[in-house]
Ligand binder design. Sequence first.
Ligand code: CA
Length: 395
Amino acid sequence: MQWLGLAAGLLVAVTAGAQTPNDLSRCLAELEAPARQAGVSAATWREHTTGLVSEPRVIAALNTQPEFSTPIWDYLAVLVDDERVAQGQAMLSTHAVVLRRVHERFGVDPATVVAVWGVESNYGQGFGRYPIVQALATLSCEGRRQTFFRGELFAALRIVQAGHFPAERFVGSWAGAFGHTQFMPTTFERLAVDFDGDGRADLMGNTADALASTAHFLQRAGWKDGQVWGFEVQMPNGAVPASGEGRRVKRDAGHWRSLGLRRADGNALPANLPQAGLMRPAGPQGPAFLVMRNFDAVFSYNAAESYGLAIAHLADRLRGGAPFVTAWPTDDPGLSRADRRNLQTLLLMRGHDIGEVDGALGERSRAAIRAEQARLGWPVDGRAGQRLLQALRQP
Ligand code: CA
């Protein structure tokens, strides 16, 4: 979901550093009247905003969103790794009946829905731990995008007021997204579905509700059942001028065929190819993709091409598809979560106090990585790829 936290949290563990919380009372006093106009009662406002202080980690996270700040090969290496493919395939089997009914009702196939679930919360294994009202109050009073987050804060308070979730259990990402597939509060109000019919759209406690709500979102975003999101292509060098490129620049099959584009496996483009845009997220040297309207539907879940590609590719892998054919333009490919755990173990063996081996490279792991980079005489940037993993395996 927009400004998601969990996919982000897997990549960058944000810590508060030296920041201390700020008193939000003056800012919140100014927000009470608009909140009342937005349907938040005086009692709800008082109960849930009195004495709130800011959460500095929320602002730190706002400023380090990995889908924009991480190289795409690192982003995809952790979000589409063998573990997530295997677990997703197990989920497809475990939830086959619900997923089939969701497909029938909303026209979104099981692999796509499960891919969103896998990226957003690792199949329900991590929802985020930020109290949502506090996180959104912080974002409403500090940082950029305050206007957007105020709308989400008021929605979060309406959700608590309506009794959908008890306030103490209403926790989620730093950006206020919550549940199995990380809906923002306004999205919950607009699109959440009570699929099991118990009277509640329980996106935190009920898998069927969460999967159906995700399919509902994609359906409303224009998903076309039976169409692919797109696929990897190969293209002659210099075939496409920069002005003819981009997710939004949709052209028909004849155009792409005339430029010599083929599927990545060398086959011709399908005869019935709908309008498609050319996307090269790492520039002309990396993998190239033709993307169609279903990619745009996923993109609307979280507006980043890297995010859309993670969902789309994971869905393909869940269906048995292969990794991309063209390599990313780097001599130091990214690390899966298993690689990251191996790296952390090697750092521990070298005496670095990095805490728990959890596959998430937080501040202490990054500090250890920088120390090893300095020891090796490498540029010290705190990023770990396959090269450092190999180097640490040497005695
Ligand atoms: Ca329900």
